[in-house]
Design a protein around this ligand. Structure first.
Ligand code: NCD
Ligand code: ZN
Ligand code: ZN
Length: 345
């Protein structure tokens, strides 16, 4: 008999939908698997206010196919000029679920990000007061810091002091990639959580560089050494409620990835759940998958868990070499591979 696993319907606590034709092409992949998703605000220009977030939310909702239930949860992109009152009003209205800290220059469309956390201290204090979570891209950007060290240095220089100054602030350390991040999250209080992507559970840095440069394996923070991948697998499957599913699905068209300056980001939305559950199966932790995928995120954000369920079955599914990305095709994570688990229809 086919092995199956039924869990509460999961959510994706970190992803990128982009806008326009690309957004309309990618949203259905996420809505097929997840009830809700935290939508990152790094559009060009970025979603910096609650009014912009409300308009973006409506464009996403219009891209969800008939008969599918899916709720986008919106975030605002913090800049040196962010108005604390607007963040608080957006949070109170239910338009904003969280705000996102991009250190200026850290990643895709982060040029308008925060140049120094000192500039948003007042905004963060207000967020701590009202219980509004802060999502963090945790990398320093100084040119003298090696790209493989940027997350660990961010913990020491920015994140640990911030958490110490503002113990009431809820912080999600997004898409963690190192054993140092795992150690930081494990030893912090209950207001510190972290998302983990499928790619950082599956690949180490060899996947990007061995046998040729593989642009579709490149994202930020960049995949690290094997010891870090193993620490992430252990954290995700540990049963700790501090870790939850956040794909960081980041669609870039094939030509933008296969370029002399290829974009950072892996498009994993089409088979995200299938990718994650494969890891939990390999680790002998299928009994912990529901916590990671469906329970820990809502508990951290203070939101209800989903009422309906999703069933996965241990049966092969082939990932296509490319998928429609609106204006051009996109190469998905696991392109051309056969995964061992699929969504039961
Ligand atoms: C993301 C993107 O393309 O928007 N890219 C990535 O490599 N992860 C941005 C981000 O999450 O840092
Ligand atoms: Zn990021
Ligand atoms: Zn992201």
């Amino acid at each position: 008999m086919t092995q199956t696993l039924t869990i509460r319907r999961p959510d994706d606590w970190h992803l990128h939908f982009r806008d326009g034709e690309t957004m309309r092409a990618v949203v259905p992949h996420t809505a097929r698997q997840f009830a809700r998703a935290i939508v990152m605000p790094n559009l060009a220009p970025p979603v910096t206010t609650s009014a912009l977030a409300a308009a973006y939310r409506d464009r996403i909702a219009a891209a969800v196919l008939e008969g599918v239930e899916f709720t986008p949860l919106m975030t605002a992109y913090l800049t040196d000029e962010t108005d604390a009152g607007d963040m608080a009003a957006g949070f109170a209205d239910g338009v904003l679920t969280a705000a996102k800290l991009y250190p200026a220059g850290a990643t895709t469309n982060s040029a308008h990000g925060v140049t120094d956390v000192a500039n948003i201290e007042g905004v963060l204090e207000r967020m701590a007061e009202i219980g509004m979570p802060l999502c963090v891209h945790g990398e320093v950007t100084h040119s003298d810091i090696d790209i493989f060290d940027r997350e660990a240095v961010f913990i020491d220089r920015i994140l640990a002091p911030l958490v110490e100054r503002m113990p009431d602030l809820k912080v999600i350390f997004e898409h963690i990639t190192t054993k140092q991040a795992v150690e930081f999250v494990d030893t912090s209080g209950p207001r510190i959580g972290a998302t983990i992507t499928p790619q950082h559970l599956h690949i180490n840095r060899n996947a990007i560089l061995v046998g040729g440069i593989r642009p579709h394996m490149f994202c930020l923070p960049v995949a690290k050494r094997e010891e870090h991948r193993l620490a992430l697998r252990k954290a995700a499957t540990s049963g700790s409620t501090k870790y939850f599913l956040g794909t960081d699905s980041a669609p870039h068209h094939r030509h933008a990835k296969e370029s002399d300056c290829g974009c950072a980001g892996i498009f994993n939305a089409p088979f995200a759940l299938e990718s994650y559950v494969t890891v939990f199966d390999e680790e002998g932790a299928l009994d912990r998958f529901e916590g990671f995928a469906s329970l820990n995120g809502p508990a951290f954000y203070g939101l209800p868990v989903n009422e309906d369920t999703t069933t996965l079955e241990k049966a092969p599914v082939e990932v296509p070499a490319e998928v429609d990305g609106g204006e051009a095709e996109i190469v998905p994570f696991h392109a051309g591979e056969t995964l061992k688990w699929r969504l039961a229809s």
